[in-house]
Design a protein around this ligand. Structure first.
Ligand code: NI
Length: 212
């Protein structure tokens, strides 16, 4: 094989490899950024990553709530903020309605699931703000806030990414990952739903996970 040909072949091979590697790196980065919990679906079976953990926060009635208060109940956990224009209300509505759908089939099962909303914007989401917000979604929705440190800790435990978008103004938005987590009665991660899941899809997942 002539030298130039071999050189070209090697060059093409190297170029192809570089493109693949760049693409893979970009894909991994995007997954991480967007999901915060890339491939978490496999986490339970592999035991590599745990999702969830102890927390101490304040609910919309001003009461201290700890994760241990909810032992014996399933938890649907969603992280967001009340000022969110679209994704949070849609997700909270689907999460809340899924409990109503489940209640039609199995009222006791639905009662065994507590819906939690944890703010990633404690600077604006104080107790009064959460008290005004929560009733729009579900009568049993527990809305939680805390100090910046408490929120950072629980978000970290749930592999939730969040950050203030832009700077300055009081009307800022938050970037945040947007999953509905299902935790079992011992506080262990079972599965999660995406923010595009419908109430029916979440209800179906709940029914499966709760064994009804
Ligand atoms: Ni949101």
């Amino acid at each position: 094989m002539p030298r130039s040909s071999l050189g070209r072949a090697l060059f093409v091979f190297a170029l192809g490899f570089a493109v693949l590697a760049t693409g893979l790196a970009g894909w991994l980065w995007t997954e991480k950024q967007q999901n915060g919990i890339a491939r978490s679906g496999a986490s339970r079976s592999t035991g590599v990553a745990t999702i969830g953990g102890p927390f101490e926060l304040i609910d919309q009635a001003g009461q201290t709530r700890r994760d241990s208060d909810f032992r014996g109940r399933y938890l649907l956990v969603y992280f967001g903020y009340t000022f969110c224009p679209d994704v949070c209300p849609t997700s909270l509505q689907a999460m809340s309605q899924s409990l109503d759908v489940l209640a039609e089939q199995a009222p006791d099962r639905a009662e065994s699931v507590v819906p939690l909303f944890i703010t990633v914007d404690p600077a604006r989401d104080d107790v009064a703000t959460l008290a005004a917000y929560a009733p729009h979604f579900h009568e049993r929705l527990v809305a939680l806030t805390g100090s910046e440190e408490q929120v950072a800790a629980v978000a970290g435990d749930y592999r939730v990414y969040y950050a203030k978008a832009g700077t300055g103004t009081a009307d800022y938005l938050m970037d945040h990952s947007s999953f509905v987590y299902l935790m079992d009665p011992e506080g262990r991660y079972l599965t999660h739903f995406s923010h595009t899941s419908t109430a029916e899809e979440i209800a179906e997942g709940l029914a499966k996970a709760l064994g009804s």
